[in-house]
Design a binder for this molecule. Sequence first.
Ligand SMILES: [Ca+2]
Ligand SMILES: [Ca+2]
Length: 437
Amino acid sequence: MRWWLAALGLIACSGTAPSERLPTGPATRVAQPAEEPAEAALTWASLAITGDNWQAQLATIPADQRASLAVRFLEAGAFECPALPPQPGECAEQGALRQPDAGSTLKDPCLRRLVALWALEQIDEDMITASLSSALMRIVRIPPPDRELPAAALDKMPGGFLTAAAMWEAKAAGNDELVSAHALDGFDDEDLRQAAGSFHFDEALLALDPAVDRELYLDALSDDALRPATRLQVIDLMVSLALDDGGLHDRVHRRLTELVETDDCTLAAAAQAALAELDGDRVPPVIGPFEAEADVIRAICATLGTGSRGKAWKSMIARSGLDIADHTEDPWRVDALWAEYPFAYDDDEDGVPDVPEADPDLDGNAATWKETRHMRWHDQSRLPFADELRLALPHCEDTRCPVPGTSVWFRLDIRLQRGALYRLVGIDRHEQLGSDC
Ligand SMILES: [Ca+2]
Ligand SMILES: [Ca+2]
């Protein structure tokens, strides 16, 4: 067995969920370079590379020494270059990387990453050893805004299983952008099966035919490591197959029955609808009474997922109707306001000039505004902000529900009504402009 197959097989068979095995957030600690073998370290030291001379010095390395020095350099690591503070309207992931200055040395990770890009150009597939493979795996985990170095490292993987493993590392590190941008070129069906089965790699699964790989697809129904959007597609595909295949029908039915209990209310609602389709029934509307705030949220989520149901809405919305507020905050407007009103006071010391004439909602902060309206109970045919709520509701903490990947969040006002049961009385939508990532 080849060394990498054995090593990665151990990872793949460990049965450990990605979030348990690897941190999911971007790494913030700047690693120190590992110790290089003495000879390579001496050579690198003798080059006296700085931010001013690095390209010229690299060009002096004899051609027959470049590859081995490149390997040692990549194995030493420490290429995480900090980003510059974001500009107005930018988020951290969109920011620029700091550039090394003329006096930088190879202790500066921003200069090291430039040299690492050079080093990657010096190696090819047949030089990939266990330690170099590990080094490349560490590089693909580097988060945005560095998009160039991780992509270059991933391109050096020889394809198939090792590339799938590297993409798994990137995914487990929360580096989804790199994973989704990388094509599956070079993956044959066996590679795709390993990537889907061992590494929970969404795109690999969806590249396979569910009629051929039905066991993988069945497992995917229960696989929390896959993205919810992938599992929604899997539900549709498996229901289509099961409707024509009596042998599959019961197995899919069993998985979907388990899925109805999942915490993700969108997946649970899709499973409920799929079960109804398999059974030839209509999807039952979720109608109260609701004994907790969470019951109302789950009912809204289910109803959004299965289409508008007047009866269901009326059971969850208060008889007094809905108070709807849309709050917008524009933190980047603060500087513009100070430029426009340089002599304004800031009596409330919130950092924003007190200029009521520039504050549309007159709440004392000219960088925010709010629009409100009321919807009567009888007017309800569907909830406002339905598309955003559909994305937010699986992620509620109590009644605060963020829309993933955006700066939008909701606060649902759910209160006890007569009869000691809960109903929705208001929706507050909040958005901070210029900070979507
Ligand atoms: Ca103020
Ligand atoms: Ca305001």
